[in-house]
Structure formats: C-alpha cells, structure tokens
Design a protein around this ligand. Structure first.
Ligand SMILES: NC(=O)c1ccc[n+]([C@@H]2O[C@H](COP(=O)([O-])OP(=O)(O)OC[C@H]3O[C@@H](n4cnc5c(N)ncnc54)[C@H](OP(=O)(O)O)[C@@H]3O)[C@@H](O)[C@H]2O)c1
Length: 307
C-alpha cells in the first residue's frame, strides 16, 4: 500500500513538472523581445515560410529589423516586400543552401558584419522519410549540415559577438518532439533533433552568466509545407487527431518562454511524447513504436532494398 502511494506520488510529481510550464504559459502574455533584449536586429533561418515565417512576422510586428535566411530566392523577395511594407522595418534576405553549412554561414557572417544582432532563431530544416539503407551518405550528411552544423556555426559566431559586445540576447532553436521520440525511417531527422535539444539545454545554463537566454522548442505536428516532400502516411493523420497546430501556436510558445524556460514542448503530441519517455521509459517506447511500424502499411516501402 505504502509502495503504491509512493509510486502514485512520484507519477503525480512527474506529471506536474511536465505540465507546469505548459499550464502557466496559458496565463502569461507574449513578451516584447525588442524591449527585453534592447533588440534592433534578429536573424531567422528558414524564415520565409511556416514556423520561421510566423516568428519573423511577430518580430517585425514588434519593430525588430530582420535578416531572413532560406533557400528559395523568389519566396524570400516576396516575404521581404510584405514585411517591409506592413511593419516599416528593415529586412535583409540571404539566399543560401544551409546543407552547405560552412560556405553558407560565411556568407551570412559577411552580410551581417555591420549590424548588432542579438536574437537568433535557428529554425531551417526539412523532413525526409526512407529506410536508413535507402539513402546515400551525402543525403544523410546534408540533413546533419542543415540542422546540426548550421546551428553550431551560427550560435558560435553570434553568441561570441553578443558576449564581446556586452549585449543581452536570445537564442531560439526549433527542435521537434522527434528529439524525445524514436523516429524510425527518419533516423537522421530524429537524431539531429535530439542533438538540438541537448545542445540548447546545456548551453542555456552557461549562457545565463552572460545575460543570454537559450530556448529549444519541441513542436509536435504543425501545419506547414514540411510534409509536402514526404508521402501522406496514415501516421500523420493519427498525429493530426492528437492535436495539430498552426505555426502561430509555436510562435506563442517562443515569445512566452524565452528567458523563462530552456526546453518547451509545443502541442499535445509533443507533451505526450515527453511524458511517455519519462513515465514509460525509452525501451518500452521503442517496443510500442516497433509494434506500430510493423503493423501499419505506411512503412512497407521502407523495408524494400530500393523505394
Ligand atoms: N511542421 C512540423 O510539424 C514541425 C514539427 C516539429 C519541428 N518542425 C521544425 O520546424 C522547422 C520549420 O519547419 P516548418 O514546419 O515551418 O516547414 P517549412 O514551412 O517547410 O519551412 C522550412 C523553412 O526552412 C527553410 N529551409 C529548408 N531547407 C533549407 C536549406 N537547405 N537551406 C536553407 N533553408 C532551408 C525553408 O526555405 P525554402 O522554402 O526556401 O526551402 C523554409 O523557410 C524545421 O526545422 C522543422 O523540422 C516542424
């Protein structure tokens, strides 16, 4: 009996510590990041659409000048025009392929030489689905470059500049619920996201000494173009039922959480994934996900030698 009481108290505690940040976010207002960090310039990677686009718009609404980095030139130009005309801010665009992380980051650093930037949003990313044996090594490393290497390079550069210039600042990393939940058939995506969350949680502690806040947001399913490039699997419909979000839901979490929390889930699926990892443990989660993968027709293609 006592054992059961202790177990339920422990489960309740785990549940509350996970739910607490998400519950209090409902009752607090979005922060004004311009005044919080005395911010004149922010940089958003993947800021031409989806979650990054929505975050860039919200920053522009607060009167912050923006550097937007993404791959498609026409989309960037169109977005730049709309931000400048609506919010009367300065907006620079940098069109690069972040899968070529080293050269693209050199271009970014060069184009930002003359501005003091103290808000960085590392958001660019894409999703692929295949069996691990079905893609070649260059495709795997391209995903790693776009998310992991680019984030390390950008944070290394701008974090050091913020410290050297004695500026308060914020670094936001858009990770994913895939960081806590095994992602078969998207191994590079899931494991890169685990890196991003781990990177943010460690850096957020030492960065406080310098007045720099670091936050990783782990969204569940969000309606964006991310899924255009992958098959319309049943699993996505199921995840949709568990609560899909709009990009603005993730933006709300960013603007409410930066400087208050270091890791935040966004959406019901993300919350359930984090809770399951704590309550069930990773090995039981792997058994459950293996069962789903074996029994959903979605994944049969990924077992073939070629797609
Ligand atoms: N949607 C979701 O359910 C979900 C859930 C969890 C996490 N996320 C993460 O949230 C982030 C934003 O995704 P989203 O859902 O908003 O999708 P999205 O609408 O497809 O936006 C992705 C952005 O990243 C840019 N991008 C992609 N590959 C790039 C590259 N190689 N070089 C430069 N820019 C590149 C895209 O630019 P172009 O359009 O110019 O290619 C676009 O601006 C991603 O990191 C994604 O993994 C999304």
């Amino acid at each position: 009996m006592t054992f059961l009481r202790i177990l339920s108290a422990f489960s309740l505690l785990l549940f509350l510590t996970h739910l607490f940040p998400n519950c209090i976010l409902k009752f607090i207002k979005k922060q004004n990041l311009k005044s919080k960090y005395n911010c004149k310039w922010a940089l958003v990677t993947g800021g031409s659409s989806g979650i990054g686009g929505d975050i860039a718009t919200e920053l522009a609404k607060q009167g912050i000048n923006i550097v937007i980095v993404s791959k498609e030139h026409d989309k960037l130009v169109e977005y730049q025009k709309s931000l400048v005309s609506q919010y009367n801010i300065e907006c620079r665009i940098i069109c690069v392929d972040l899968c070529k992380s080293k050269e693209s980051c050199e271009i970014i650093f060069n184009q930002c030489k003359d501005i003091n930037l103290n808000l960085l949003v590392c958001n660019a990313g894409y999703l692929t689905m295949e069996g691990f044996h079905q893609s070649d090594i260059s495709e795997k490393l391209a995903m790693f470059e776009c998310t992991v290497s680019t984030t390390i390079r950008l944070v290394d550069h701008f974090y050091k500049l913020m410290i050297a210039n004695k500026m308060k600042g914020g670094i936001v990393i858009i990770s994913s619920s895939a960081s806590v939940c095994p992602s078969p058939f998207s191994v590079m995506y899931g494991s890169s996201r685990s890196f991003l969350s781990g990177f943010a949680q460690s850096l957020s502690i030492e960065s406080k000494i310098h007045g720099i806040d670091v936050l990783a947001v782990q969204p569940g399913l969000v309606h964006t173009n991310l899924f255009n490039a992958v098959p319309k699997h049943l699993i996505f419909k199921f995840l949709n039922l568990m609560g899909s979000q709009k990009p603005s839901d993730v933006t709300n979490v960013v603007f409410k959480s930066l400087g208050r929390f270091s890791i935040m889930d966004s959406g019901l699926f993300a919350l359930i994934s984090s809770l399951s990892k704590s309550l069930l443990g990773i090995n039981l989660m792997i058994v459950i996900i293996s069962f789903i993968c074996r029994n959903l027709p979605d994944f049969s293609n990924y077992r073939k030698i070629k797609i």
